[in-house]
Write a protein that binds this ligand. Structure first.
Ligand code: SF4
Length: 458
């Protein structure tokens, strides 16, 4: 490799990524342009697929897929073609890198070869994919996914989110979970599968735990946080239930419970204060995120939002390292990128050392040496009700800002959306809320015609 190529490869910022960030920042409503905002400063937001494998073989109440989703056949060719087209549009509009969810439907209903082809298509467009599953998969599925028919490793790293909660029915071995704790063996077995894959085939992994929260299980959120947090998941994500998707599965008064109620339970379970304003992804009414880490049996947030030195460290990070693209670079390349930023901003060194010192003081050096550090973030994503999204989206499309305060608030959330889906046929990018609340029903009717069910798997 010539010196020039190497210098180019390790340049901290990619002009295309910087331009994509600038476009995202310009699109944000004023209310979301805060010092804590990550969109437009360090990331373009998360992306997801739609209509690529709508079917699922478990039942959730609620389920945000439309009633026709389960009448669409899983068809690998369709999946890979659509994923490729959607990711291509996202690559064009959202720049060279982003995290993206391979989501339907149930991803493990895909043949492993088709699943792998879809993941590789996402990577080919600069997307770092995460497969979304209910976790009730055959024992050898992951191996067949990662290794391929010739037994050789085709995926060196995989990311999965496993959805486990007692609002789901039909899981093998526990079709009607009596409570959240009874799912713990299944949660553990899920992580153990990835651990075995890593051990036996050197496939690196990241696994997240996701859970829908309704008034029926909110009191068990603290227990899930406590238990699942210690199982090896890299992220715990909670979704308060919303009136979106298949209305036949809306069984509870979801709005009897607030996001603050759920968040308080998560904090109770993790045993720490969760300051969700320190780092902001899109609109705080949609997303709450706290990054942290386990040391032994205790979880610690990465920063104290009340400490001005931590706030200054966050600002320095976003200002100086924000435009650096961390996704997809090898460790040595990333190190050189960081070194080049530090050379430009030497004050980063004392700021970083001060942050490390404060964390060590909070955690204890001895505990770190004894137990090591395991990162784990806590996330809450609150979908909006379909009845709120439809009029707000219609107003946005007409180019209007609604007079009604509630509709305007929904418009703001949609404008700051952190979770985007692509429509290659129209060139449109839409918030996932709009996809599920407004577009899914017609799309699934069409898909049902295109891919009628020919067989039932189990
Ligand atoms: S999908 Fe909906 S709830 Fe989620 S970030 Fe976008 S607008 Fe907010």
């Amino acid at each position: 490799m010539s010196l020039r190529t190497w210098w180019r490869r390790t340049r901290p910022t990619d002009p295309e990524f910087v331009a994509a960030l600038a476009r995202r920042w310009a699109e944000l409503p004023a209310v979301a342009r805060t010092r804590a905002q990550v969109i437009g400063r360090h990331a373009v937001g998360c992306e997801g697929t739609h209509g690529v494998f709508p079917r699922c073989n478990l039942s959730c109440a609620p389920c945000y897929h439309s009633r026709d989703a389960n009448r669409v056949r899983v068809d690998g060719e369709h999946t890979v073609r659509e994923v490729d087209a959607q990711m291509s549009l996202l690559r064009q509009r959202r720049g060279p890198v982003a995290h993206a969810q391979l989501i339907g439907g149930e991803v493990t209903l895909l043949d492993p070869d088709d699943h792998a082809a879809a993941l590789l298509a996402m990577r080919a467009h600069g997307r770092e994919p995460m497969s979304m599953t209910h976790g009730d998969m055959d024992d050898d599925y992951l191996e067949r996914l990662a290794l391929g028919p010739d037994g050789r490793r085709r995926l060196h790293r995989i990311s999965f989110a496993g959805h486990f909660d007692s609002l789901m029915t039909g899981r093998r071995g526990i079709p009607r979970p009596p409570d959240e704790a009874s799912l713990n063996p299944y949660r553990r077995a899920f992580v153990a599968r990835f651990e075995r894959l890593r051990r036996e085939h050197r496939v690196r992994y990241f696994v997240a735990h996701t859970m829908t929260v309704s008034p029926a299980n909110v009191a068990e959120v603290a227990g899930v946080t406590r238990d699942a947090g210690r199982m090896g998941f890299g992220m715990l994500a909670f979704q308060p239930a919303a009136f979106v998707g298949d209305h036949r599965r809306w069984h509870e008064p979801y709005r009897a419970m607030t996001d603050d109620d759920v968040w308080a339970e998560i904090a109770r379970g993790i045993g720490a204060r969760l300051d969700h304003t320190f780092v902001q992804h899109g609109d705080l009414r949609c997303n709450r995120v706290v990054y942290g880490f386990w040391v032994g049996a205790r979880w610690h947030p990465i920063a104290d939002g009340d400490d001005p030195r931590d706030v200054a460290a966050r600002d320095a990070f976003l200002d100086w390292f924000g435009p650096v693209n961390f996704i997809g670079s090898s460790a040595p390349v990333l190190l050189v990128k960081i070194a080049r930023v530090v050379a430009r901003h030497p004050r980063a060194v004392p700021i970083a050392l001060g942050w490390v010192r404060r964390r060590l003081r909070a955690v204890g050096l001895r505990a770190v040496l004894r137990h090591g550090v395991r990162p784990m973030s806590v996330v809450m994503h609150s979908f909006m009700d379909a009845a709120d999204v439809a009029p707000a989206w219609a107003a946005t499309q007409r180019g209007e800002v609604a007079d009604d305060e509630a509709v305007r608030a929904t418009q703001e959330r949609l404008a700051a959306c952190h979770y985007t889906m692509a429509h290659p046929s129209t060139g449109e990018l839409v918030p996932a809320c709009v996809q599920h609340a407004v577009l899914d029903p017609a799309e699934n009717v069409e898909l049902r015609r295109l891919l009628p069910i020919a067989e039932v798997r189990r």
